[in-house]
Ligand binder design. Structure first.
Ligand code: V55
Ligand code: FE
Length: 484
């Protein structure tokens, strides 16, 4: 007897969060207002989570669920949309069984015995384009190779055996100027292990550097940051305990009495050169950027003075108070001994999902793009922050509406910093569907220069990637840093 499909009445699945579970193909989105700027040719990929079948649990969390890859293709004045489930092993097994076989977030001990050896990789977090290959990513498994035109899933990819860890981050950095790929894996030898490995691939996917080292505890390492000489890993005390997993518990527990730790690695060197820094407890999911100023290494991130994931409790089972994220600069003096660093707030408005003009990854930069905290009416805004002045320009789509993470597209491969567009998916909550807004990055407050209507709802996307039409052809971004 097969159970009927019925999702639990929990906040996660209400309203705009209701599972969509369908795949769309729309040839030419309707233009609501404005007009599409000349020269915007390429594809925005976005990845998010949906629910294939109810898990039979009420502790589902928003970062879980099967991966869906979405595509907005800008082609000769039109925008085409499609979305497809990522056909992970997990998805295919559940589809065959016509029900959920996987239980609590990343807890393999809560899975159906029939899938004891199947990866929990949902491919639900982000996309990556490198050397002509498009991927859907989740940090607990290998990248899934995706057909960039049809969004068909081709399969997992270990880069010709180069990725020897069990997983690969959902926040790699593809440097669109050098076309190098920098990435890592944490808990790299399996759940609860303290191993972490940093990878550097050249523009042709050849592994150029690999540094294995140990974390202070079995942390979550969701993101990292790069500079021309160093790469930075931070360790906040959201910690995995396999004994807790065996009892059906949460994948992470928040340890408020631990410190935060930072490891600075040489981008091109080896493990002997690692420097460690330590500070009071805090946490972060997302980094905006890092860069070097002589011996000073700056790391800008959305920092929480507490637990960034309040749905992961303490070891005593206590929930922690939600705290707001503030864009903060941590500065490490690589010319001095010791493990101390300084900290300075860059913006007084809480914000998350930080992005930059991708050409400035690891380089001195001025502008970042963020989702600003919800205001009283429950909506959110897209903002541009000048990290040198703390100035904020923003656009709020409408009462009750939400924005998803922005993607900056330079006007030309060598355009000046900030000279380009922001592509922003908008959740029209009252209408139960989405829009795609194209904004002038230098004047967000003016509102979209073009606004496209989707007849369907883009339930949730976390992160994405812009692939210019020229890069789809050549495999490489070949962007240039603007002169000056
Ligand atoms: C995050 C997201 C994840 C995850 C772990 O934003 C951390 C943070 C969408 O999946 O698995
Ligand atoms: Fe993320």
């Amino acid at each position: 007897m097969v159970e009927p499909i019925r999702f639990p009445d929990i906040e996660l699945y209400r309203g705009f969060g209701a599972p969509v579970r369908s795949e769309s193909t729309i040839s030419g989105l309707e233009l609501i207002s404005g007009r599409l700027p000349e020269g915007l040719e390429g594809t925005l990929y976005r990845v998010g989570a949906d629910r294939q079948y109810p898990s039979g649990r009420t502790d589902d969390i928003f970062i879980d669920g099967e991966g869906v890859i979405h595509m907005f293709r800008f082609d000769r004045g039109h925008v085409d949309y499609r979305n497809r489930w990522v056909r992970t092993e997990r998805f295919k097994r559940q589809e065959a069984a016509r029900r959920a076989l996987f239980g609590r977030y990343r807890n393999r001990y809560t899975n159906d015995p029939s899938v004891a050896d199947v990866s929990m990789n949902t491919a639900n977090t982000s996309s990556m384009f490198h050397a002509g290959h498009l991927y859907a990513l989740k940090e607990d498994g290998l990248p899934h190779l995706i057909n960039p035109d049809t969004l068909e899933t081709i399969g997992t990819d270990d880069f010709n055996g180069a990725i020897r860890s069990v997983s690969f981050t959902a926040h790699p950095k593809v440097d669109p100027v050098t076309d190098e790929l920098l990435g890592f894996s944490y808990q790299a030898k399996g759940d609860g292990t303290r191993d972490i490995v940093y990878y550097l691939f050249d523009r042709d996917r050849k592994l150029q550097n690999e540094i294995w080292f140990e974390m202070p505890f079995a942390a979550n390492v969701h993101d990292f940051a790069i500079s021309d000489k160093w790469v930075i890993f931070s360790f906040f005390p959201l910690i995995t305990d396999v004994e807790v997993l065996k009892k059906g518990g949460p994948f992470y527990q928040w340890h408020p009495n631990e410190q935060m730790h930072v490891a600075v690695l040489p981008r091109y060197g080896n493990a002997e050169e690692i420097r460690w820094f330590r500070g009071p407890v805090c946490s972060a999911g997302h980094m905006m950027n890092a860069f070097r100023e002589g011996d000073l290494l700056h790391l800008d991130l959305c920092l929480y003075d507490g637990n960034c994931f309040p749905f992961f409790p303490t070891p005593e089972g206590e929930e922690t108070e939600p705290v707001p994220p503030f864009l903060t600069r941590l500065t490490f003096d690589m010319g001095q001994p010791g493990d101390a660093f300084t900290r300075r707030r860059l913006l007084d408005t809480p914000c998350e999902m930080p992005k930059i003009d991708d050409r400035f990854h690891g380089r001195p930069y001025r502008y970042g793009y963020v989702i600003c905290a919800r205001s009283a009416d429950g909506s959110s805004a897209i903002g541009r922050v000048d990290v040198t002045t703390g100035e904020l320009d923003r656009w709020q789509p409408g009462p009750g509406d939400h924005v998803q993470e922005a993607q900056f597209v330079p006007r030309a491969p060598d355009a000046a910093a900030d000279d380009g567009w922001l592509l922003v998916p908008v959740s029209r909550v009252a209408e139960n569907r989405s829009d795609l807004a194209v904004l002038d990055a230098r004047n967000l407050a003016a509102g979209p220069v073009a606004l496209f209507k989707l007849p369907v709802r883009v339930r949730s996307t976390f992160h994405g990637t812009w692939v210019p039409a020229s890069a789809r052809e050549s495999g490489h971004y070949n962007y240039k840093l603007p002169a000056g």
